[in-house]
Design a protein around this ligand. Structure first.
Ligand code: G4P
Length: 530
């Protein structure tokens, strides 16, 4: 039991989020480097190397017999077992990113110091706040000319509505980047990029009180400015408060340069101590403690066609409590059946090996013969719990979809339903008719292309898509109290239903939503479906 408890307590599971190009890939790679999971000599440049490095790491994991995917990376650091959930870095947004956040206990937000808060960061951030996920900020690319530090913090506070607490503070930026000041140790760590790519770097740590040495290293002007800024900071910034951090009300801020390795080790060191072990999760029977309960997990992501030849799917689950052992029997609650998750031929085919054991906080991928849906619960056969589902996020783009060849109706329905089950798209029907009219909703427009491509390639069905002007969808919270036939909305409002028969409303703009609420005083609308 002791060992088992220690295994869970040492786990730290977080998602890494950023606007594309802020440096998420580079930072992730450096985490792995410091975790000893990959061995990089010399300078590290760009994505090609990054990909290579990650695949090296996967080789190691194969040897160790743990299953991984590029979207979940695990390494050991400082006695912690770290799980990084990568979120797709594509400009176009998919629901996958949102769901991945549901499986994390914390999020690391990477911001480009010269760009500040960008569009995608804002969106992802909203989800973190909604779920009260603690957020840790890494302001990257300090080796390039960055915005004024106080302005950057101001922007985070104003744009994202979260208080900031700098854990360290940059001294200059770009060509004049001198290093960072560590507030807790009252030390300056100097920057040198001469040893780019090596773990050790060429950093040296000097106390702020050693004025003479510091003047030599960073120059008098920078030292004066630093002293001024520290005084300002001590007076003005929010105090370090772990409780607030854990509630997602305060974000600790770190500065560095992932490309040159600077600040990465310092970040990991502090971050892993500040962030929590696997958190208790909500289920129908109350909060499930990760340690005292036996194995349980929930599905947060389904990935199709890992192996094209077999049209197989992998269901990713986050272990919420206990220990998973290969070969043990578990219950799929929604399917009401007892099964084993580990038949060797069924997990991850040739690319990945089967894991022997995994603990609360870990993510496992299992072969899915088409039985799992997002949000499903897996637990011990004698247990009965139901994890709170993963909310369905409001799509922002809609299209009416028809198959070209009416003879292929069956394949069309099967294909589109399976793709919807994976969560790549959401499908709806007209309120009063059946499946003949299908309306597809997506979070990012790229998903329309994906849908078209997959239906053609995997199901041999060609489709015609007609974009609809709606941008807002609302679930009816109090659907039992509302008579949908009598509901009067604006002329552009459209009544639809999801596959479970839940009524929903489509709107072209916010104004219509307000108008409809005005006209139907008892109506309660929600942006999220369950
Ligand atoms: P992403 O995953 O968030 O999309 O970003 P990624 O790590 O791929 O980094 C985007 C670009 O920014 C890359 O350059 C990368 O080398 C660079 N970069 C990352 N961190 C830093 C940093 O701390 N300082 C500086 N100066 N650059 C950084 P690229 O030109 O797009 O790629 P490549 O041509 O180097 O392959």
């Amino acid at each position: 039991m002791g060992n088992y408890q220690a295994e869970i307590n040492k786990r730290r599971t977080f998602a890494i989020i950023s606007h594309p190009d802020a440096g998420k890939t580079t930072l992730t790679e450096k985490f792995l480097l410091y975790g000893g999971a990959i061995n990089l000599a010399g300078s590290v440049k760009g994505k090609a190397t990054a990909r290579h490095a990650v695949s090296d790491w996967m080789e190691i994991e194969k040897e160790r017999g743990i299953s991984v995917t590029s979207s979940v990376l695990q390494f050991e650091y400082d006695g912690f077992c770290v799980n990084i959930l990568d979120t797709p870095g594509h400009q176009d947004f998919s629901e996958d990113t949102y769901r991945t956040l549901m499986a994390a206990d914390a999020a690391v937000m990477v911001i480009d110091g010269s760009k500040g808060v960008e569009a995608q960061t804002r969106k992802l951030f909203k989800v973190c706040v909604m779920r009260h996920i603690p957020i840790f900020t890494f302001i990257n690319k300090m080796d390039r000319d960055a915005n004024d530090t106080f302005d950057l913090l101001d922007e985070i506070e104003k744009e994202l509505g979260i208080a900031t607490c700098p854990i360290n503070w940059p001294i200059g930026s770009g060509k004049r980047f001198k290093g960072i000041y560590e507030r807790d140790r009252e030390c300056v760590v100097t920057f040198s990029d001469t040893e780019k790519g090596t773990k050790e770097g060429a950093e040296s740590r000097i106390s702020i009180r050693e004025e003479e040495a510091l003047t030599k290293l960073i120059g008098e002007d920078f030292l004066d400015q630093l002293e001024e800024e520290i005084a300002l900071l001590d007076g003005a910034s929010a105090e370090y408060d772990l409780e607030k951090i854990n509630k997602g009300e305060l974000t600790p801020v770190f500065f560095g340069s992932a490309l040159t390795n600077f600040g990465v080790d310092i970040f990991l060191h502090h971050f892993l101590k500040m962030t929590t072990p696997p958190l208790a999760r909500h289920a129908d029977v109350g909060l499930i403690d990760p340690i005292s309960r036996e194995f349980s997990a929930f599905v947060f992501k389904i990935q199709a066609n890992i192996n094209k030849a077999h049209r197989d799917r992998i269901a990713f689950m986050r272990i919420a409590s206990g220990k998973f052992e290969a070969g043990m029997e578990v219950k799929h609650v929604q399917g009401n059946r007892v099964m084993r998750l580990s038949q060797p031929q069924k997990i991850m085919a040739s690319e990945r090996k089967i894991l022997d054991e995994a603990y609360a906080g870990d993510i496992i991928g299992v072969f899915d013969p088409g039985i799992f849906s997002i949000g499903d619960t897996i637990c011990m056969p004698n247990d009965a719990i139901l994890y709170e589902g993963i909310p369905t996020f409001a799509p922002e783009h809609f299209a009416r979809v028809r198959q070209m060849d009416t003879m292929k109706r069956k394949q069309f329905i099967k294909g589109i339903s399976q793709i919807a089950q994976e969560g790549a798209i959401q499908i709806f029907q007209e309120y009063n008719t059946g499946m003949e009219e299908i309306i597809v909703g997506v979070v990012g427009v790229l998903q329309f292309e994906v849908l078209k491509y997959r239906l053609e390639n995997e199901y041999n069905v060609e489709i015609r898509m007609e974009k609809l002007p709606y941008e807002f969808i609302r679930w009816i919270e109090n659907k039992d109290e509302i008579d949908l036939d009598k509901l009067v909305g604006t002329s552009d409002m459209r009544k639809i239903k999801d596959l479970k028969g839940n009524p929903l409303l489509l709107f072209i703009n916010q104004w219509s939503i307000g108008m409809t609420l005005d006209r139907n005083k008892t109506l309660q609308l929600s942006e999220f479906g369950r």
